[in-house]
Design a protein around this ligand. Structure first.
Ligand code: NAD
Length: 437
């Protein structure tokens, strides 16, 4: 099939590459000329494990192309995917201007039947609005389908190639058949496509992300309570996770969720519920808890240094909002760094993949270096993302390099007994503080 993917970010690039991998001819469109130039030169513009191999192979086979020419891409395609940004506006509602603008442009360039598929996360009713916008310029037959994307950054290729489920929202039998044929290549073991109406599909995406965010914030509140009670959240986590009704996943305590999806989707659903007169109190609380949790270590760091952080060298391991991605959107590390800079701390940071993005945002306010360079003469180390290289580092080297053996761990990476044995001062989330005195 001939496919156009509009928007070549985290979702669009993975979507385009994976559809090319199953034999389709894919053209990816972006209005960022520089990005398209780099992609055409064979450079992958995001870090996503496993993407490089597929990208290179499909580009070489000429099944995967990149352009800024939306008109030509739409004209040649049978299916047009929208993978456009929907960032929050100042009131928390998703800014749909890119989706709307592109929908009009698609209408201007339609001459025959096509399926327009929305992969962006959009509020209930958007599919209908997209239809109306296309009809402004094109009165022929077409369908608009809601096909929310569930891939996780860091596992995006695997999630796309072997999805838990594919949600297709459409009332059109013709579109349903085309979508079933397109996704058949990803359903070889068993068919996990769930068809539904457009509105339910749109809401399914928000419901999924919001539910996971609720789980995270719930567990973070339990962690905070553990600290007050003197209980150990890791034991509580294991204790509840063995209950199949609860499950083991998404109950790890930490310094909150970040990224481009959970924060914005939770706020968007809260906001759009309010717009139709429904007060979604759990979701409001989830956002409030998360906002506080992202900075939970800052007062503790201040307390440790007796409110005198001026000139203290604080090292950060982790800048991305989670491991295995270079995405720093809404990353707890960045908010913590900003708070510590206000206290005149000197911050040195390492992240395996996100340092370029962080440099673009923070510039020279902080220094960057390798994993061990940044801890040289550090007064404390802060861990904000659980990259695997942080799990079993060379502790003896760390002890030698650091000025003070102090770790604030926002992701509970280390066993308390190990920290005790090594003689580190160690604060984590929902567990007792190890203080060698
Ligand atoms: P992104 O910001 O990484 O990518 C968006 C791309 O669209 C950018 O390359 C941008 O240049 C391009 N773009 C913007 N306006 C354009 C226009 N008018 N014409 C052509 N291109 C344009 O965003 P993303 O993370 O890929 O997210 C896209 C959508 O998918 C969002 O709605 C998001 O909520 C949703 N989503 C994201 C993820 C994720 O993990 N990132 C997962 C599931 C769903």
């Amino acid at each position: 099939m001939n496919i156009a993917v509009i928007g070549t970010g985290y979702v669009g690039l993975v979507t385009g590459t994976c559809f090319a991998e199953t034999g389709n001819n894919v053209i990816c469109v972006d209005n960022d000329k520089e990005k398209v130039k780099r992609l055409n030169a064979g450079e992958i513009t995001i870090y996503e494990p496993g993407l490089d191999k597929l990208f290179t192979r499909n580009q070489r086979e000429e099944r995967l192309k990149f352009t800024t020419d939306l008109a030509a891409a739409v004209q040649d395609a049978m299916i047009v995917f929208l993978a456009l940004p929907t960032p929050p506006d100042k009131d928390g509602r998703p800014d749909l201007s890119a989706v709307y603008q592109v929908s009009e442009q698609i209408g201007e360039n339609m001459t025959a039947y096509k399926v327009i598929v929305d992969k962006s996360t959009v509020p209930v009713g958007t599919t209908e609005k997209v239809k109306v916008l296309i009809q402004k310029n094109y009165q022929g037959e077409f369908d608009v389908v809601a096909n929310p994307e569930f891939l996780r950054e860091g596992f995006a290729v695997d999630d796309f190639m072997k999805p838990n489920r594919v949600i297709i929202g459409t009332g059109s039998e013709k579109a349903r058949k085309i979508m079933a044929e397109l996704y058949a290549a990803f359903m070889r073991q068993d068919n996990r496509i769930i068809f539904m109406d457009e509105r339910s599909a749109e809401l399914t995406k928000y419901a999924a992300n919001s539910f996971l965010a609720v789980k995270i914030s719930f567990m973070n509140e339990i962690a905070n309570l553990c600290e007050i009670y003197g209980a150990d959240v890791d034991l509580v986590r294991r204790g509840i996770g063995t209950d199949e009704r609860i499950g083991k996943r998404f109950i790890f305590p930490g310094i909150g969720y970040g990224g481009s999806c959970f924060p914005k989707d939770v706020i968007a659903l809260t906001r759009s519920a309010k717009d139709v007169g429904y007060d979604f109190r759990i979701l409001q609380a989830t956002s409030d808890v998360n906002k506080k949790q992202k900075l939970v270590l800052v007062p503790r760091i201040k307390k440790y240094f007796k409110s005198d952080l001026a000139g203290k060298k604080i090292a950060f391991w982790g800048l991305a909002f989670k491991p295995n991605t270079d995405d720093i959107r809404e990353a707890p590390a960045l908010e913590m760094i900003e708070a510590l800079l206000k206290e005149e701390a000197v911050v040195h940071a390492f992240d395996p993949e996100a340092m370029n993005n962080a440099r673009n945002k923070l510039g020279n306010q902080i220094s960057y270096g390798s994993q061990y360079e940044v801890i040289r003469d550090a007064d404390a180390l802060v861990i904000t993302a659980e990259w695997s290289e942080f799990r079993t580092p060379d502790f003896e080297k760390m002890k030698k390099l650091m000025k003070k053996k102090v770790i604030f761990d926002g992701r509970n990476v280390y066993e308390l007994s190990k920290m005790e044995e090594l003689g580190f001062y160690y604060e984590s989330i929902g567990r007792k503080t190890i203080n060698p005195g």
